[in-house]
Every structure is written in structure tokens, then in C-alpha cells.
Design a protein around this ligand. Sequence first.
Ligand code: FRU
Length: 495
Amino acid sequence: MKHSKLILPIFCILLFSSCQSDPEISFESSSTEEFRPLYHFTPESGWMNDPNGLIYLDGEYHLFYQHYPDSTVWGPMHWGHAVSTDLVNWESLPIALYPDSLGYIFSGSAVFDTENTSGLGTAENPPMVAIFTYHNAEEANTTSETFQSQAIAFSLDKGRTWEKYEGNPVLPNPGIRDFRDPKVSQITNTDGSKSWVMTLAVLDQINFYSSPDLKNWTLLSEFGKKIGAHGGVWECPDLLPFKSPSGEDKWVLLVSINPGGPQNGSATQYFIGDFINGEFTPDDTMIRWLDYGPDNYAGVTWSNLPSDQNRTLFIGWMSNWLYANVVPTKAWRSAMTIPRELSLFDIDGTLLLKSAPAKEMEKLRFEEFKVSKETSSLPSEAVEITAGVTDNSFLITISNELGEKLIISKENGLVSIDRRNAGKSDFNRDFAAMHSAPMSWEAKDIRIFLDASSIELFVNDGELAMTSVLFPTSPWKTVGISENLKSLKIFNLKK
Ligand code: FRU
């Protein structure tokens, strides 16, 4: 790494050669609220954690989420709701599910019951069915172990209004404290018949259940007691079919774990293997992480995508339970990651999961700046930076007028994001840290998504991803780059 060739920004000099007519770019901040992201989804106010019930229907991507509208810290969970037709602009809708006498509404998923197997709709108007966990908080404060159970609700008007099924819970608790986060999908069996399969986090393992009608569930198998990372409780699983690069059918099982991630606290691991006759068998015992940054947790994928999209779309909660409740935002807490497309790739015979920015993110680009010098001003808090990497190493320093710095690098096989001096960090003693990830193969290009309070780094279009939240006390102003980065471009992003 040729650090000496990096000219660190001192003054904010305009050095862009812009494709647009006006080369004089002045810094503009379109967010009026401190730390409010400009293009990541945030709730208008109140608390948010996990994405829930991701489903596509009739041109709309639905994003439900863990939400407590009455406070900016975690509390009685509701399902908040937003929709988007392009994955970039989100419209907030009224709360979808409220807690009731059976408990808080914890994480879960949504399916479109096309054939009305549940009988909760009609053949002409099949229901959207949400499968979620009831968490009975009062009971949780006792010695009872049965306070989490699975339940369903349905909507006959595209997710706008919901009715809870009167026979809830559909999967009562067998006596296990951590019994939650059902992700349901429809699987075609070898004889061509279809069944609903539920993937459930049970303490620190995954249980698979099957159902003909979303109401009656039978245990198929258990997975994971002796494999994978076990530093904390397992949460928010998701079972996904993929084709490997050589055309083989493979299954990927996402499992969030808290704590016990590759950095401090929460993270999402995954397993690659086969799912045959209701049983998941991993190909190997390797521990794999979806994102090596500290702030991508509880992510899951969209159901019911039209087959012509031919992709798996993911979104994660951009925070970490270590400090989610104390980050220095005011009216709201937490944002989602950008939507990402997951696929399998192969490095020297090892299959790994790639998470690339969803192609819709390119719609946000509204001005492109070709950077000709080693130090440039940033046109906004919302930018995408792209570059080619020439010798498997890079160093990028993003700074503001107060001398705060965010450093992104690859050196000696480690990709790092250093937020030790990147703004506010006194709210948690673990926050100011440098996070690194091993990347033994060659880095060829990078994409960086910067927003008012986050960075998402994608190396080789997501062969390695790192997500980190940050709270600079003054907006980022300049970017300094090492000489071995080529064709550097900065896109001003705008919704
Ligand atoms: C994951 C999680 C889930 C749970 C939800 C509660 O972040 O702990 O396991 O359902 O959050 O809000």
C-alpha cells in the first residue's frame, strides 16, 4: 500500500471534472434533521429494528418492520409498514399490526396464499398472510418458558388492513424461551406437490416445520446445535434456493446471531447445503458471514417476487444490539440497509454468498463526477463512490471540516472500515472501533454508499460487504484516495 502517495485533504478545494455543465459544486445538505439518512429507509418517528414480512405484490415491495411508535427505544413491538414501487422511494403507511392480549408482535414473514390454502381469503381474492411471533412480555417476566409462540394474520387489501386469525397461536410454545422469527416459504416437493415450510429460530438452533394450510404445523427437523457460530442466540432465519455458478441446486440458510458476530455483537451467518425431505444438510463446517461490518443484522429476503425478476432480494437492519438503543439520533432510531441482491459465487472451490446493491440503486445517481486528483470535495452527504482497484489494495479517507475521518482500506488481505475518529461515539464504549474482514482473493473494484450516518462497502460488487453506521458531527466534505484506485467516480444521489 502506497500510503505516501495519498494526499490527505486539508482545505476543501474543488477538484472535480464534472460530466455536468457546472464544475462549481457547492456542498448541499438536503436533510434537515441531524443524522437522518437521505436515501435509506427510516421510520418517520419512533423505534425500528428488524425488517419483517418482506413481500412483493402487484407492483409493490412491502417492508414491514419491528416498530415502537411511542418511543425511540425498544418496547412493545408493532409491525410498521412502508411500500415502494422501485425499492428506492418508500411511502410510510399506517401501522399494520398492534400488540394485543396475546403479546407484542415480534419478527416474522409474509406470504401470498395464491391458492387460498388457509381459507382466510377466497379463490378470487386470496389473502396475504403474515406469520409472526407473539411475545407475551408479562409472562416473560415470570419463570414461564412458554411466552413466545407463532401466530398468523391476514389482509385482503394488499397489506393495508389486517385481521388476526381467531385460532392463534398456530404453533404453541413447547417450553423453550427463545422460540421465534418464523420465515415461511412455499416449496415444491419432488412429487410436484407444494407445502409451506417454516424456518424458526429456537434458542441456538433452527427448526423446520411444514404445513398444508399455514394453520397446522408439523416439525420436520432440527439443525445447527453443533455447527456454525454459537456466541449468542440465533434469530431471524431464512431458507433460500439458489443455483451455484456451475448450475447445481443449492440451499442457503441465513441465521442472525446476537452476540457472537465477527465484530462485536450482532451479525448474520449463513450455511450452504441441501434441503431434502425437510432436512438441511450443510456442505461443510465453515463459518460464513453475510456482511463483515458491525451494522447489518436480522436481514431477510422478499417473498413472492415474480419469476422473471429471477433474483433474491435482501434488506437488513442497519444497527447492532450493542448500541441500537443509544445511538444519537433524536426523533427516530435506526435505518435499513440498501436493498441487496444475493447470489452464489465460487472462490477456489469454496461457495460463498455475494450481496450486491440492488440494480435499482443506480436510479439514485443524478450527477456523475469524474475525480482527477487525489483529493476531492464531496457534493453531498448522499453519494456513491466507485473505483477500480489496481494492485489488490486501496486507501480512502473521508473527512469533514472538524478533522473527523472515516478510513476504508484493503491491506495485507484485510478489508477495513475505521470509524475510531468518525464522529460521535461516547454513547457506547465499543462503538469507536476499526472493523476488519479477511479477503484472501483479489479486490478488483469497490462501490461505497455513503449517507448522512452510514457507509456500505461492496468489494467486487458484493463478494465482500461491510456495513457501518457513523455519526459525524459535521457532514463529510472531502475524499482522499490512494493512487492505485483507477477511474474513480462520485455520484451525487438523490431521490
Ligand atoms: C432480532 C430480534 C428478534 C425478535 C425481535 C424483537 O433483532 O431480537 O429475534 O423477534 O428482534 O424486536
